[in-house]
Design a protein around this ligand. Structure first.
Ligand SMILES: Nc1ncnc2c1ncn2[C@@H]1O[C@H](COP(=O)(O)OP(=O)(O)O)[C@@H](O)[C@H]1O
Ligand SMILES: [Mg+2]
Length: 253
């Protein structure tokens, strides 16, 4: 981290004593653990334009949720931009991602973690909070996808996008969603999934998108899938819905 970034961070969290790169890194950012006299923080930094926009949106979500216990997320401590980068400061959270926890666990514990993930996601889908308003989520996602295809960012093709535009799934009631609800983006503390991270896409939207990304690794593992649905009891996506969101829409994000 360069001097300019350190000094901007210190305005918000006090004199920095130690900085270390976190062992687990995501795909859109660089994450550092930062220790000051006031506490332990994570600084998440992005450098590419698209990822900088996502980071700004994550900052705005975390800021809105700062006092909302019903949706556990890291605490927000600030966001700033430097000439070629953007930076989000949040609380450092103990624990590990569900992906890491599953790698370490025996079968029974894996099943219990997956059930707890289902339960945690169900709670999100049943929560309403002030400051988030219904909008045309799917239409907006398809519009963004179009922009990403045009700029060459997306894995998905223009043809796939056309299909997604023409064959939209039937409407279901919109809920609060995470928006990138893979096992990489939830944290496990004391054997339970109990925190959402990477919340740039958290908004009111289609809960089938979260559900599809949540179960994507277990489509051919019946036991794991059943464990998820022991926790997540509100709805089960059809094969077609799963394909639309996981093999379709997600290809553009
Ligand atoms: N607040 C936090 N506390 C502790 N670890 C975190 C925190 N935020 C992120 N991490 C770690 O950093 C990794 C990458 O963060 P994430 O927000 O998912 O970045 P990306 O958008 O690049 O996927 C996570 O998998 C997690 O291990
Ligand atoms: Mg992530």
């Amino acid at each position: 981290m360069n001097k300019q970034i350190i000094s901007k961070a210190e305005e918000r969290i006090g004199k920095i004593e130690r900085v270390s790169l976190l062992q687990n890194q995501g795909c859109t950012s660089e994450v550092h653990q930062v220790v000051t006299g006031e506490g332990i923080y994570v600084i998440k930094s992005s450098y590419e334009q698209r990822y900088r926009e996502w980071l700004m949106s994550e900052a705005s979500v975390l800021e809105k949720l700062h006092t909302i216990a019903a949706i556990p997320t890291p605490k927000y401590y600030g966001y700033f931009e430097a000439s070629n980068s953007s930076h989000l400061i949040m609380s450092y959270e103990k624990g590990m991602t569900l992906t890491s926890a599953l790698k370490k666990a025996e079968k029974q514990e894996q099943l219990s973690l997956i059930k707890s993930f289902g339960h945690f996601l169900q709670r999100l889908h049943e929560t309403t909070v002030a400051g988030f308003y219904p909008h045309h989520w799917l239409a907006e996602q398809l519009k963004k996808a179009e922009g990403y295809v045009a700029s060459g960012y997306a894995d998905g093709s223009f043809e796939l996008l056309q299909k997604l535009i023409v064959h939209q799934p039937s409407n279901v009631p919109q809920t609060m969603i995470h928006g990138d609800c893979t096992t990489d983006n939830v944290m496990v503390v004391n054997g339970n999934v109990s925190m959402f991270i990477d919340v740039a896409g958290m908004t009111i939207g289609d809960p089938r998108y979260d559900e599809s990304l949540a179960i994507r690794k277990w489509m051919n593992h019946q036991e794991y899938l059943e464990a998820f649905y022991e926790g997540y009891r509100r709805y089960q996506v059809t094969k077609e819905e799963f394909a639309y969101f996981n093999e379709g829409l997600y290809e553009f994000f």
